[in-house]
Ligand binder design. Sequence first.
Ligand code: NAP
Length: 260
Amino acid sequence: MEVSRFSGQAFLITGAASGIGRVLVEMLAEHGAALVLCDVDTERLEATRRALAETGRRVHAIAADVSSPDQVERMAAEAFRVAGPIGGLVNCAGIYPVTPLLEMAAEEWDRVLNTNLKGPFLVTQAVARRMIEARSGGSIVNISSSASRLARPGIAHYGASKAGLNQLTAVMAVELAPHGIRVNAVAPGLIGTDRVLAAARGPAGEAEHATKRARIPLGREGTPAEVADLVLFLLSPEASYCTGGVYAVDGGFTLGIPRY
Ligand code: NAP
């Protein structure tokens, strides 16, 4: 009998109820993984859990805000209690409001940094402590962005949070390597999630989307599954010598000028 790629292994995914996270958990489940889903959107979280459970998957859902130290601690404790030792974590929860620098309120700056940078710090700390206690090793993947390298108007907070996440990934990789825990980041470019495609439908959104698309050497946006494929590789034993890397999955978006 064929053994599935991730059977017998448990993974914790934040931002699991929507977009890239949702496709990722579906793909991990197809490969036999047990899953703990975390998201702040309780309704969509429960719908995602139910859809996976109905196909016979081992799946738990825990609502939590990744920017809250108390909620993260409770979520991590519950995750290890219900699923056993978690071997892989994906920090996928993120927000990307667009506001010009001169109009950006300090509260919005804090919300983006707290979700996109403090969140992965808190969740990784809570999970890594338990991985070390279990002596299980593990693999952690942070979902960064092409915006960590490519400047665009309106995303001062988002770009800074993702650039910070790249360096957080590197430092966490160094500190956790002695415990057999690998830490990497994946930096997607323009990905056709429902939210991104909906935003591209308005007149302003359409122009912005077309400008971005024109800069992509491969000539199209990526799919959530194309991001998830890279995440699956980094979670797997095939990536046993990869740590501290930031891997672009962006169709060449961040390379430079695609054509004259
Ligand atoms: P999405 O569809 O909006 O999904 C993100 C999920 O995370 C949502 O369910 C969201 O809930 C949840 N979330 C937000 N804040 C949270 C918090 N504090 N605690 C727990 N969960 C929270 O986003 P996506 O497009 O799939 O993006 C996923 C990740 O990829 C993000 O880190 C994003 O920055 C990154 N990324 C996306 C793209 C792209 O083109 N889509 C490109 C580069 C990088 P709510 O809906 O209630 O906010």
